[in-house]
Design a protein around this ligand. Structure first.
Ligand SMILES: Cc1cc2nc3c(=O)[nH]c(=O)nc-3n(C[C@H](O)[C@H](O)[C@H](O)COP(=O)(O)O)c2cc1C
Length: 245
């Protein structure tokens, strides 16, 4: 039998991402878990941000932000950016991260994150504790090493991070793929040449490959080579357990 509990922000798992804002010269970062895809065409996302965050006016006034997907090796950085404020901490510097130009917006991207979504705010909806920024994705940049020879973006290669009920997880075993429950098994192939795989309709097109050389060149402009994993500089230990999001 199910037990009824009070309503709360329990929907899990959700992505936990690093949202960068401000400018390349004066960047800030915050961790966001209350966000997600809201529309396929145009490609849109939402992030919900408390007005008291240092990042809030930076996003509201510029109308821009970048969603950066961290790899598993960056979880400590992800947590740190969600418990320290840019008001009194330069999170890029402390975490050894590099702010680089992002395609289509003046908000910076995080060089160390393998995928970034450049977003332009379309609407701000006050909801209560949080205001929801509805934004259009104007560009997606992904590291070259995430692409297979067929051109498929293999996001699973980056070690995606999920957030569930106050804890961070890596993704487990693959269980199936879109539409597999109704897909007919192909008859054993004779000698016909293999067709390239079909692209699911809901995967956004126009993802730009981010060449390692391009990325490191722009990163070099800012400062010396970044570290792949966060917190080597500070060795920060987990500062807060289950803070208010
Ligand atoms: C896992 C995690 C998820 C979070 N999700 C959100 C969120 O969705 N919205 C929000 O306003 N704050 C969220 N926070 C809290 C902010 O990231 C945190 O208050 C941060 O220090 C704000 O930084 P800023 O003051 O530099 O903007 C989250 C924190 C963590 C650790």
């Amino acid at each position: 039998m199910k037990k009824q509990i009070s309503p709360g922000a329990l929907l899990s798992p959700v992505p936990a991402v690093l949202v960068s804002c401000g400018t390349v010269e004066k960047p800030n970062l915050l961790t966001i878990a209350w966000g997600g895809t809201v529309c396929t065409h145009p490609a849109m996302v939402s992030i919900s941000v408390r007005p008291e965050r240092f990042s809030y006016p930076l996003i509201k006034e510029s109308g821009e932000f970048v969603i950066n997907l961290p790899g598993e090796s960056m979880v400590k950085t992800l947590d740190f950016c969600g418990v320290k404020s840019g008001r009194n901490t330069d999170k890029f510097a402390v975490c050894g991260l590099t702010a680089v130009p992002a395609a289509g917006v003046s908000a910076p991207a995080v060089a160390e994150c393998p995928v970034s979504f450049s977003c332009k705010v379309k609407e701000v909806i006050p909801l209560g504790s949080h205001d929801m920024f509805l934004a259009e994705i104007v560009a997606i940049e992904a590291e070259e090493w995430l692409f297979e020879e067929s051109g498929r973006l293999a996001l699973e290669k980056m070690g995606m991070v999920a957030y569930a009920h106050g804890e961070y997880f890596s993704l487990g075993q693959k269980l199936g793929s879109f539409g597999y429950s109704v897909r007919k098994k192909k008859p054993a192939a004779k000698s016909a040449p293999a067709k390239p795989p079909k692209k699911p309709a809901d995967i956004p097109s126009g993802v730009q490959r981010r060449k390692n050389s391009e990325r490191s060149n722009s990163a070099k402009k800012k400062k010396s080579a970044p570290k792949k994993t966060g917190h080597k500089k500070t060795g920060v230990s987990h500062p807060v357990k289950g803070g208010s999001r």
